[in-house]
Design a protein around this ligand. Sequence first.
Ligand SMILES: *[C@@H]1O[C@H](CO)[C@@H](O)[C@H](O)[C@H]1NC(C)=O
Length: 493
Amino acid sequence: MADEAGVTKTLVLATSMAVVGSTFQFGYNTGVINAPQKTIEQFYNVTFLNRYGHPITASTLNLLWGFTVAVTAVGGMIGSLCAGVAAERYGLKKSMLYNNITAILGAALMGFSELAGSFEMLIIGRFIIGINSGINMGIAPMYLTEIAPVKYRGVFGTLGQFGVVTSMLLSQVLGLRWLLGTPTLWPLLLALTGVFAIFQLAVIPFCPDSPRFLLVKMNKEEEAREALQWLRGNHYDVKEEMNNMRIEHQANSTERKTTIIELFTVSYLRKPLIIAIVMQLSQQLSGINAVFYYSTQLFIAAGIPEEYTGLTTVGVGVVNVVMTIVSLLLIEHAGRRILHLIGLGGMCVCSVILVVLLNLHRTTVISWLTLVPILLFVAFFQTGPGSIPWFITAELFNQSSRPAAVSIAGLVNWLGNFTIGLAYPSINAEIGGYTFIIFAVLLAIFWIFTYFRVPETKGRSINEITALFQPEGEYLGGKPVKTYQKMGCSESS
Ligand SMILES: *[C@@H]1O[C@H](CO)[C@@H](O)[C@H](O)[C@H]1NC(C)=O
């Protein structure tokens, strides 16, 4: 190639449109309800008192707050089902464009809920913002990967995840009591998510749809060429890239797609499907969202003075961002299986240490010491369970069965997210300092499953991996001996 495709200004514009306009919605709304929990619960209590003449009971409040937090995952589940349909019908760009309706509607409902004296509006707002997140997370990472020059495809593929953790940190910083985490400003804090939508609405008219999607999925050759030329700049000859996409288009149009039913009924598809499902469960039932949603409450319970709990929650966000970067570097070199085992094992040990600390005789030192296992818990999460389940899900299936497998994995993921978000406040109210024992047990079970059942995928081609599960394949569970040998020479295949 005479001139190599580079990072142009137009590419940066399209990238920031998708990162800030789409992936920020998910991260921001995951983190935003953490710091102001007590303040908003106060609002629930007052609303209840005004309406029914008596204060809310603690158990109703726990349930109602858990539902407020978790209902976003129900929306996410619906959104992730809509994402594929929307993409087929409207393309990636228009799907992102129209999706801003849900963002602005959700932001408005949350922002005006206090004025209207209605926590129902807040709950519906979070449900709708969940639909927005589900659609965005189904579309934006695909868009980012597809507009990238081949050389940068790996990096661009990780920008989605990076957008999520950065915006989560942003929401935790803005939620500090010196900024928007106050009894009067919290509605503004929740409504700010609408700003990302306004940004996207302003920028998206200048951006094209994904050239690959236009050509391969929609068969619009001329539009695809124009989009590619815009992204790569006028001096770049798009002929070769167009040719490669055309070849892919021909392969794609003759290929039959596996249905979801087949995934469950055909043995060599069911085995990897079960692995993919358990991997997704290991991510969500690890208890990570107990920290992402409820760390402020956890720090208060540990005895850290309330004026500092906003800052310690920001600490969680910082560790999260830093470790995401570290893990993106690690994943190029280390095996998926080993990273997942280290991550789950580390989280399990941290959970046990946390439970011990929470049940020791409370002193100032011990209160502050709880920070260590909580921050390490997040660090270990990002080492493996944060990203590996998605990698493995994609790698266990070939082109024809991957879309169906990924959509099932997505549903399971949101379902796990919902369960923890909803149940944590109530369980925590019952058993307090022992809650993380549940996560420790689950983590141990997932560790054992990974050890015995998950094969190493790094360094193997998709064909080699799928062959493991064929009737004559060598798949006998994880077979550690074999996979360790494989890892040693992982660069060779
Ligand atoms: C609700 O508010 C009342 C006083 O306004 C307070 O006594 C009660 O503890 C609060 N309930 C909860 C569950 O926070």
